[in-house]
Design a binder for this molecule. Structure first.
Ligand code: NI
Length: 268
């Protein structure tokens, strides 16, 4: 935290008070003390975090967290890694929670062919069912797509939904396809990694198409790579993008937070 505070001294003259982490996970499994995580987020100029409940267990967990902490909003939806076990009953359970306070989207949902493509049919089914739900409830989606770009694009084209391509790390061409379809790109710690090609992509797309995220506890930005991630590191991602684009952190904060607030209904 000391190092973090030194960093704030450098940028303290800029007015930053509303960083929004548009995608993270917050589970007792990963953090011993969630009160402390929330306190540290506040100190680190983050005032809203959108926590994803993307398994049966984590959905239960995040529904409690959103009621306990002001800054916590949630998206709910089953991650493709659970495609083999999710049933129609589970989807009905999901539907029943969507009208609740501070449930601002569906996600993370999508396709993941990285470890296996064998259950592709099940993944496609689960993804499409949840896109239909998002459409029915008029909620934005948070999309997880790993080694599945073409299928993801083709399926999203079938549904009139808005949302975020979470942890975007594709080419400029792919970025422009998603942007053309009206999606925002979630940019996180990966952009800070030494050999990341995402830097060039981010340089070449408008800030109007970007939201910030940490995907904590994963993908910790430099200079903390290797540690457990949390939303308190979001400002490092903001600063990195500000330097890439040669603009102020304040401007990054204003535009990306506005993008997030236009997508998610934080008054819910
Ligand atoms: Ni995630």
């Amino acid at each position: 935290m000391d190092c973090l505070l030194d960093f704030f001294d450098i940028i303290v003259e800029e007015v930053i008070d509303m960083l929004i982490d548009t995608h993270c996970h917050l589970s007792k499994e990963d953090y011993d003390n969630i009160d402390e995580v929330i306190d540290n987020n506040k100190k680190a100029l983050v005032n809203k975090i959108v926590v994803s409940g993307c398994s049966k267990e984590s959905i239960k967990e995040v529904m409690v967290l959103k009621d306990k902490y002001d800054m916590v909003y949630v998206t709910l939806g089953f991650h493709p890694e659970y495609a083999d076990i999710i049933t129609v009953n589970d989807l009905n359970y999901l539907r029943n929670l969507l009208k609740e306070k501070k449930v601002v989207g569906i996600g993370e949902i999508g396709l993941d062919y990285h470890y296996t493509k064998e259950n592709k049919d099940k993944q496609l089914w689960l993804f499409e069912e949840q896109l239909k739900i998002a459409y029915d409830y008029n909620l934005p989606v948070v999309i997880h797509s790993r080694d599945a770009t073409m299928d993801t694009i083709n399926i999203l084209k079938k549904y009139k939904v808005r949302g975020i391509i979470h942890c975007f790390s594709g080419s400029l061409e792919t970025a422009n396809i998603y942007i053309g379809m009206g999606f925002l790109l979630g940019i996180g710690g990966v952009v800070t990694f030494k050999n990341s090609k995402l830097k060039d992509v981010v340089k070449n797309i408008s800030l109007n198409n970007i939201v910030l995220e940490t995907d904590s506890p994963y993908l910790t930005p430099e200079p903390f790579r290797g540690k457990v991630n949390s939303s308190k590191y979001l400002v490092y991602i903001a600063k990195f993008i500000a330097d890439l684009k040669n603009i102020s952190v304040e401007e990054i904060e204003k535009i990306t937070s506005n993008n997030a607030s236009c997508l998610f209904d934080f008054n819910k």
